[in-house]
Design a protein around this ligand. Structure first.
Ligand SMILES: Cc1cc2nc3c(=O)[nH]c(=O)nc-3n(C[C@H](O)[C@H](O)[C@H](O)COP(=O)(O)O)c2cc1C
Ligand SMILES: CCCCC(=O)C(=O)O
Length: 405
């Protein structure tokens, strides 16, 4: 057994002991985290593998179809290498970033991911506390296993932070309307309207495993709509609307709220142009293919990013272009920013941290990424975010050579 394997064995034993007593659970999570050698997101991923049942693990990790989009989201980062500059005084790196009227500690936010109580009993509440501690904005899924009010309150116990409600539009529009209004009165700052999921992608493992939300958990943000008797079952295709459009739906959504509306799941310049021009006052997009869980064989999100940035910024420099898909390292964040993203979001890295150690695990994931990002900036000669430019990158060209952007 090599050293990391031994560490993870110790961790599993501690976690098993913790399961006998909720009161010492948090302490043991912290202790185990300190004891085991978790140095990077891959360590968290590896550690999380042994801690979940196969259907849940597959639900978190897998992509759709053959998993090509999922794999290419990750491998696309290696098509770019960093061109570091030297002798530039990096003694005082500045990573803070403003969006939605607030400041975050670095240009990274938590992507909305469904059903976090399957990863850890504290689920979304633990994520909210870690996000607040790290001063990282949090996206909350419509399919959360905690109410959107309780999630925000959990983070607010520590400090103010920014929450964004990810929205799926239900066939019953009244249910959606209630959700949007609840988010606004709870103090959420934005709606992230997911646009890449008119139907659920072809997720083989969900079908093979007959995936169901464990019966002790609920989707409490819209209980009244799907009905208690169906809570064990995620009735995605029956409940959500596959007839959402640029004109009707966006204007209807705009009429419900003053919150900022960002569109999540955009990957072409044509759609970004429509978003910028929309009279629904859309203020941002998230270039995303849903972590490779929807359209397999879609372009990797890094390959989509440049055309989306160009389409947005040529029309409106303040229009926000965020990015998600495949971020596992600080240098991935650096590359996405160098290609013009205003910021990035992470999905699975948070779920692995949550699985491994609840709040402490998510905090660990965020801390690792922030430290790696800062180090990448320093070693690339970029003191501020605006120093990160496309000229810091070279892209793999034909013949395997790298040429500068
Ligand atoms: C388990 C899981 C659940 C997700 N649930 C949602 C969701 O409810 N709504 C949504 O818009 N995106 C959802 N996503 C997509 C993420 O918001 C994000 O786009 C993706 O995870 C980014 O890729 P990454 O996991 O490689 O970081 C989910 C992703 C995962 C892995
Ligand atoms: C099954 C509910 C949809 C959650 C989601 O967006 C995802 O699993 O990617």
């Amino acid at each position: 057994m090599d050293k990391p394997d031994k560490m993870f064995l110790i961790y599993y034993v501690l976690h098993f002991l913790a399961s006998f007593s909720n009161s010492i659970n948090n302490f043991i999570s912290w202790f185990a985290m300190a004891l085991t050698d978790i140095l990077c997101i891959h360590d968290l991923e590896k550690a999380a593998q042994g801690m979940l049942s196969q259907p849940i693990l597959d639900y978190f990790n897998d992509g759709s179809g053959d998993g090509v989009a999922l794999m290419e989201n990750i491998s696309a980062f290696e098509k770019y290498k960093i061109r570091p500059r030297i002798l530039r005084n990096v003694s005082n790196i500045e990573t803070k970033k403003r969006a939605l009227g607030s400041t975050m500690s670095f240009p990274l936010a938590i992507a909305p991911t469904a059903m976090q109580c399957m990863a850890h009993e504290e689920g979304e509440k633990a994520t909210a506390r870690a996000a607040a501690r790290a001063n990282v904005f949090m996206g909350v899924s419509t399919f959360a296993t905690t109410t959107l009010e309780d999630i925000k309150q959990s983070g607010d116990c520590l400090c103010d932070n920014v929450y964004m409600l990810q929205l799926y539009i239900f066939k019953d529009r009244h249910t959606t309307e209630i959700l949007v209004k609840r988010a606004e009165s709870a103090g959420y700052k934005a709606i992230l309207l997911t646009c890449d999921t008119p139907r659920l992608g072809n997720r083989h493992s969900m079908i093979r495993n007959n995936f169901r939300l464990p019966s002790h958990l609920q989707l409490p943000n819209f209980d009244q709509y799907i009905g208690k008797e169906k809570l064990g079952d995620v009735k995605y295709p029956n409940t959500t609307d596959d007839n959402i459009t640029w004109d009707e739906t966006l204007l209807w959504l705009r009429s419900l709220t003053k919150m900022e509306i960002w569109l999540k799941g955009i990957s072409t310049a044509e759609d970004v142009e429509l978003a910028v021009q929309s009279s629904a006052n859309i203020t941002g997009v998230i270039v995303s293919n849903h972590g490779g869980r929807q359209l397999d064989s879609a372009l990797s999100t890094l390959d989509s990013l440049s055309e989306c940035v160009k389409a947005a910024k040529s029309k409106d420099k303040s229009f926000q272009v965020w990015f998600d898909g495949g971020i596992r390292k600080g240098c991935d964040i650096f590359k996405a920013l160098a290609l013009g993203a205003d910021g990035v979001m992470i999905g699975r890295a948070v779920l692995w941290g949550l699985t491994m150690g609840g709040e402490e695990g998510v905090f660990k994931a965020l801390s690792i990424l922030k430290a790696e990002f800062e180090l990448t900036m320093a070693l690339s000669g970029c003191r501020t975010l605006s120093d990160i430019k496309s000229s810091n990158l070279a892209r793999k060209a034909e013949g395997g050579f790298f040429t500068r952007l």
